[in-house]
Write a protein that binds this ligand. Structure first.
Ligand code: UGA
Length: 439
């Protein structure tokens, strides 16, 4: 009999995972406590922007292979394998991870688990969480020890979520149970047949792999941003430095793009969660460098504000600034801890009139920063601007015509916070072009 899959929590991860599991051929039921979100999903619409997600979702909702509910009882009755795709935000006022949503879902689901089932954790959690969740589930489930838990961290990137779900670069399973591994081999049969590496390990290692992966990526970005500070002081060029470093296969060019740094709903809170957990385990020194990684990252945001102020003659008061980009990276409408929006907010607080344009994230940005002005196009945002800031690397901005934008601004000054625009082209169109870590 084919396994039936449920996905609890329908955010970026859960929605993509649910649609991806249906794409792999399973009957899937997605569950979320948010009734509006469930109604949107049940109508075949994605509640967030992610390339290729909505068509895949609609196909499987239309075929009936993918359904959504708000009921724990229904998912418990329906599924053999229950994926936990619930958010693990940072606690307010602390570095530690807030596990209340994981606990809430487990406590909602477990009392209905009255036959053998496998619960699969996907979220990024502090090491030690899986063991505690398994005990919590088995204590509350009528089927008790016939319900098992596997930790299967997710490595998908927003903007590439569909691709990464269907073609992950590795599958990691934390478990000590052979039957659980067999069930997971069935779930990922197609992916494994494509040659995807499978690593079976214990709970702790599986949990740490995810935290370590994000900590490494953060370190790589902050490393190049630290070099960017050095380049600026020495009159060197950080992009050429990164290109030259990247040719060393041990280093690699990816994630060495200097700029206003990392943001999003994952990497920033994950490195802080790791710092907090290491402290609880008595090894805070081992990861104290991550505090510096975080500090370098935050400094880039402040640095670009300083550059903007300097470009405007020492004060932002009464100036007009156009900000291109609000999402934390291109191809998403996610503005969680977005460096772009953070910079836009700081400019506004220091007296600039800020006009923001993002191809997808205007609506989500407006909800948390209603005091900024939002434009419907690059040209509208740049109308009368004394300074233009490029802060999210959407293709649309890379393709934009600097001559055309030059016609509508007050001053042809641009700061490229992502070191990604074609500097020669902008300069040729009469712009004063400034990037980070470059002469
Ligand atoms: C990240 C990881 O890359 C995923 O593997 C992981 O699954 C995910 O977090 C998660 O924990 O759920 P994501 O948050 O989608 O994925 O974003 P990234 O592509 O990693 O980018 C993070 C930030 O770093 C963005 O703000 C991006 O603009 C910035 N960045 C990236 C740089 O500033 N420089 C670079 O060279 C690369």
């Amino acid at each position: 009999m084919t396994l039936r899959i449920t996905v609890l929590g329908c955010g970026y991860l859960g929605t993509t995972h649910a649609a991806g599991m249906a794409e792999l051929g399973f009957e899937v039921m997605g569950m979320d406590v948010d009734e509006d979100r469930v109604a949107t999903l049940a109508a075949g619409r994605a509640p967030l922007y992610e390339p290729h997600l909505e068509p895949m979702l609609r196909t499987h909702v239309d075929s009936g292979r993918l359904r959504f509910t708000t009921s724990y009882e229904e998912v418990a009755q329906f599924g053999d394998v229950h994926f936990l795709c619930i958010g693990t935000p940072q606690k307010k006022g602390e570095y530690a991870t807030d596990l209340r949503y994981q606990h809430g879902v487990v406590d909602g689901l477990s009392p209905h688990l009255d036959r053998p089932a496998l619960v699969v954790g996907k979220s990024t959690v502090p090491v030690g969480t899986a063991a505690a969740l398994r005990d919590r589930i088995q204590a509350a489930a009528p089927a008790a020890r016939d319900v098992d838990l596997v930790w299967n961290p997710e490595f998908l990137r927003e903007g590439f979520a569909v691709h990464d779900t269907l073609h992950p670069d590795r599958i990691v399973l934390g478990t000590d149970s052979e039957p659980a591994v067999e069930t997971m081999r069935e779930v990922y049969a197609k992916t494994l047949a494509d040659g995807t590496p499978l690593i079976v390990t214990d709970y702790q290692t599986a949990e740490l792999v995810k935290a370590a992966a994000n900590a490494f990526l953060a370190t790589k970005i902050s490393f190049i941003n630290a070099m960017s500070e050095l380049c600026e002081a020495a009159g060197a060029n950080v992009d050429e430095l990164a290109d030259a470093l990247g040719h060393d296969e041990r280093i690699g060019r990816k994630f060495l793009n200097a700029g206003i740094g990392f943001g999003g709903g994952c990497i920033p809170k994950d490195i802080r969660g790791l710092i907090a957990r290491a402290g609880e385990l008595g090894v805070d020194q081992a990861v104290s460098f991550l505090k510096e990684v975080d500090a370098i990252n935050m400094r880039q945001r402040a640095h670009v504000v300083d550059l903007a102020r300097a470009a405007l003659g020492g004060s932002l008061l009464g100036t007009r600034v156009a900000v291109l980009g609000a999402a934390f990276k291109p191809d998403t409408d996610d503005i969680r801890d977005s460096p772009a929006l953070n910079v836009a907010g700081q400019l506004h607080l220091q007296g600039a009139e800020v006009s923001v344009y993002d191809p997808r994230a205007n609506d989500s940005a407006r909800r948390i920063f209603p005091t900024l002005t939002y434009a419907d196009s690059t040209l509208e945002a740049c109308q009368g601007a004394d300074l233009v800031l490029h802060l999210t690397m959407w293709q649309e901005f890379l393709d934009a015509d600097p001559a055309e934008i030059g016609e509508v601004v007050n001053h042809r000054r641009v700061i490229d916070g992502r070191n990604a625009l074609d500097a020669d082209r902008w300069r040729a169109a009469g712009w004063t072009y400034r990037a980070l870590g470059r002469p």
